[in-house]
Design a binder for this molecule. Structure first.
Ligand SMILES: [Zn+2]
Length: 66
């Protein structure tokens, strides 16, 4: 898995990797473990909370957390 899946139909925050692509939580305001799950159409890395899609996120990212 290379994390280069292109994810479309994102909000501007999601597309910039600043919000969860699943639940749209703002990572500036909410500190939650999140992992890269792919890229937006602009090439920016996008993220999802570990709790939103734990199986997929851990498999794609190899368990990277903040
Ligand atoms: Zn989330």
């Amino acid at each position: 898995m290379n994390g280069d899946t292109i994810i479309t139909a994102l909000t501007p925050l999601q597309a910039d990797g600043l919000a969860c692509v699943e639940c749209r939580v703002d990572y500036f305001r909410v500190r939650v473990p999140h992992v890269p799950v792919g890229r937006s159409v602009t090439g920016s890395q996008v993220f999802a909370c570990v709790g939103c899609c734990p199986a997929d996120a851990r498999r794609v990212a190899g368990g990277v957390r903040r």
